[in-house]
Design a protein around this ligand. Structure first.
Ligand SMILES: Nc1nc2c(ncn2[C@@H]2O[C@H](COP(=O)(O)OP(=O)(O)OP(=O)(O)O)[C@@H](O)[C@H]2O)c(=O)[nH]1
Ligand SMILES: [Mg+2]
Length: 383
């Protein structure tokens, strides 16, 4: 009985010593945090902190090695309000047009020569002949109702209404970036230099900002730098990037990217494609093949055609060629920050019957905005 008590006392003493030692060690380990944060213990000392950073993983593809590195993960800017933030860039290059039109429309009498000047201004903004005539008709009607006493506000309202009707706020500009029980698949197409890879990277950021998990497919195997460029974008926001060997089959990379998306339970897979091949017919055939191969395992939900707004009518020709080969579901108009040809938004929608869904307004990582017709028109007639 006595010896049992002694054993119990020894055991209790040992436990006490170990506990004191453990507390002392823990204090010493946490000292830096406590010093930095004053007397308040850090949250990480109490609750394990969740990070959104994906674990690095290596997966084999059919054609090569899929790799993705996760370094410093950035938090991109939310999608909402981006066009508002960027509207000054749009305004900077297009306000001249808006102001020019307002000045012409505010003249005491709008004679035939003035209407011609209005027409010229609209055509120079790349609106296209059909939409230009339509706007002029709308303005004539609106201003006839107003009569001689046209207040500056009435003129501005008439122009705003006419432009808005042509930009068409009723079009569905929602991006199909989610699908039930599988990742949504988005293909990015367009000729070289229009901004496809940049747009793919910026779109990944936009989606991550909305809490989606994203897989990027580097299906531009035409040049090695393209995959490298996409990898950098992916790494910045912790998106998985699926790559293949240079000169490899782009359709295989796209297929692998979708497989990776399905395996990882990703929300969206975005496929960057090549903009240049040896022949134009070759490029269209290749895009068609990429799409067909993806469709062996998943629907393609969105085909976004990237057009450089500064290329004007040439962009429209490209749009026609692409839309004949792949079923374009939305347009991304890049470099709108560097042009006074904002009218291309209206012209290209008319040409393809497909809405502009995103606009690029700079080279910054978050300079891609969902297109909003009201914001856009307001920026044009601002001032
Ligand atoms: N100012 C401005 N520059 C842009 C915009 N979007 C893209 N760029 C620039 O356009 C250049 C070409 O962009 P990329 O994304 O490499 O074009 P790409 O279509 O992938 O080109 P290829 O891979 O050669 O077919 C880059 O210097 C981008 O920074 C934009 O909205 N505004
Ligand atoms: Mg590219």
């Amino acid at each position: 009985m006595d010896s049992a008590l002694v054993y119990a006392a020894i055991a209790a003493a040992v436990i006490l010593v170990l506990a004191v030692a453990a507390v002392a060690l823990r204090r010493r380990g946490g000292a830096a945090g406590i010093e930095q944060g004053g007397t308040t213990p850090r949250i990480s000392d109490v609750v394990p902190v969740e990070t959104s950073r994906p674990e690095p993983e290596l997966v084999e593809s059919r054609e090569g090695v899929l790799e993705f590195a996760v370094s410093e993960v950035e938090v991109p800017e939310p999608a909402a309000g981006r066009l508002h933030r960027l509207r000054t860039r749009l305004a900077r290059s297009n306000t001249a047009i808006g102001q020019g039109l307002l000045a012409l429309l505010s003249r005491d009498s709008i004679d035939a020569a003035t209407w011609e000047e209005i027409e010229e201004t609209l055509l120079l903004a790349d609106l296209g002949v059909g939409p230009t005539n339509e706007i002029i008709e709308r303005l004539r009607t609106a201003l006839r109702v107003e009569g001689g006493a046209r207040s500056p506000d009435a003129v501005k309202d008439a122009l705003r209404e006419a432009l808005l009707a042509l930009v068409d706020p009723s079009l569905d500009r929602e991006l199909a970036t989610t699908a039930p029980n599988r990742p949504a698949v988005v293909m990015i197409v367009g000729v070289n230099g229009t901004g496809k890879t940049t747009t793919t990277g910026k779109l990944a950021r936009l989606l991550v900002a909305e809490g989606r998990s994203v897989v990027l497919g580097a299906a531009d195997t035409f040049r090695a730098a393209a995959a490298e460029q996409l990898q950098t974008w992916g790494d910045r926001v912790g998106a998985v990037v699926v790559r293949g060997p240079e000169g490899g089959d782009p359709a295989a990379v796209a297929f692998d990217a979708v497989s990776a998306g399905v395996r990882d339970g990703a929300d969206t897979v975005v496929i960057d494609t090549a903009g240049r091949l040896h022949t134009k017919a070759g490029l269209m055939d290749e895009l068609d093949k990429v799409k067909r191969v993806i469709e062996k395992q998943s629907q393609v939900d969105e085909v976004l055609l990237v057009l450089d707004a500064t290329t004007g009518q040439n962009g429209l020709v490209q749009a026609r060629v692409f839309s004949e080969s792949v079923n374009v579901t939305g347009i991304v108009l890049t470099k709108l920050d560097g042009t006074a040809r904002g009218g291309i938004v209206i012209a290209v929608q008319r040409e393809l019957g497909v809405p502009v869904k995103l606009v690029g307004l700079g080279e910054g990582p978050d300079d891609l905005a969902p297109f909003d017709p009201v914001e856009f028109v307001d920026a044009l007639v601002a001032g």
